[in-house]
Design a protein. Structure first.
Length: 222
């Protein structure tokens, strides 16, 4: 693999790694449901399993598949595949957002959650769906710049769970247990970090191309 190819796939690889954290959590949840053992912690899922099952599958598909859309080389070399994948990922992302909203509104709060965390989830879930819809309409108008900007924002919000896990682990290692309001604020911080990075990327749309071409020039002169 050339240095330019490695540079082009660095971001998608990192995003896949980030998505593996919530993917593992979703696999554990599905295993619990398949096992049939009802506990106080998972009773709400047994009472209405469809939303959580749909949410897990759509989130895994969207976060893992969406990572590959961040490869500039992939988009350039395989534009048809990029479009087909997008037609799969947008409905998956919308389903992920809507089922997340349903669970927030209709599942009983688990222990440690509260109204503030529910508000965070309603805002980010609605923001994800809205960003996907706006991104879809932008590409229908052939406005590639706005399409990419909204899709970056949607993906950043969807990847919140991975960043939240990293932030929480860091807090636990450095400070101690994260419970109550501390846990709520750390989860909120995960979304804030992601959307801040997304806005940074959106406002510097040429950064990825400049990195790619610098790598190509370095390869030629090596």
């Amino acid at each position: 693999m050339t240095s330019s190819t490695r540079a082009d796939w660095l971001v998608p690889t990192a995003l896949v790694a980030l998505a593996l954290i919530p993917t593992a959590g979703g696999a554990i949840r599905l295993t619990d449901l398949a096992g049939g053992e009802v506990t106080a912690e998972n009773a709400r899922f047994f009472a209405a399993p469809a939303p959580v099952v749909l949410h897990i599958f759509s989130a895994v598909l969207y976060c893992l598949g969406g990572a590959f859309q961040f490869s500039a080389g992939f988009r350039r070399r395989k534009p048809a595949t990029h479009r087909v994948l997008g037609r799969v990922l947008v409905p998956a992302g919308v389903l992920m957002g809507l089922t997340g909203l349903w669970m927030t509104l209709f599942y009983p709060y688990p222990e440690g959650d509260g109204d503030l965390l529910a508000a965070f989830r309603l805002v980010t879930g609605s923001g994800t769906v809205l960003a996907l819809v706006l991104g879809f309409h932008a590409i229908r108008r052939r406005d590639v710049r706005r399409h990419r900007a909204w899709m970056v924002r949607a993906y950043a919000l969807a990847q919140g769970a991975g960043t939240q896990a990293l932030v929480t682990i860091a807090w636990v290692l450095l400070v101690g247990p994260a419970t109550g309001m501390t846990r709520t604020l750390l989860l909120g911080l995960g979304w804030v970090i992601n959307i801040a990075v997304a806005e940074w990327v959106v406002r510097e749309p040429g950064r990825g191309r400049r990195t790619f071409y610098r790598a190509r020039r370095a390869e030629r002169t090596a």
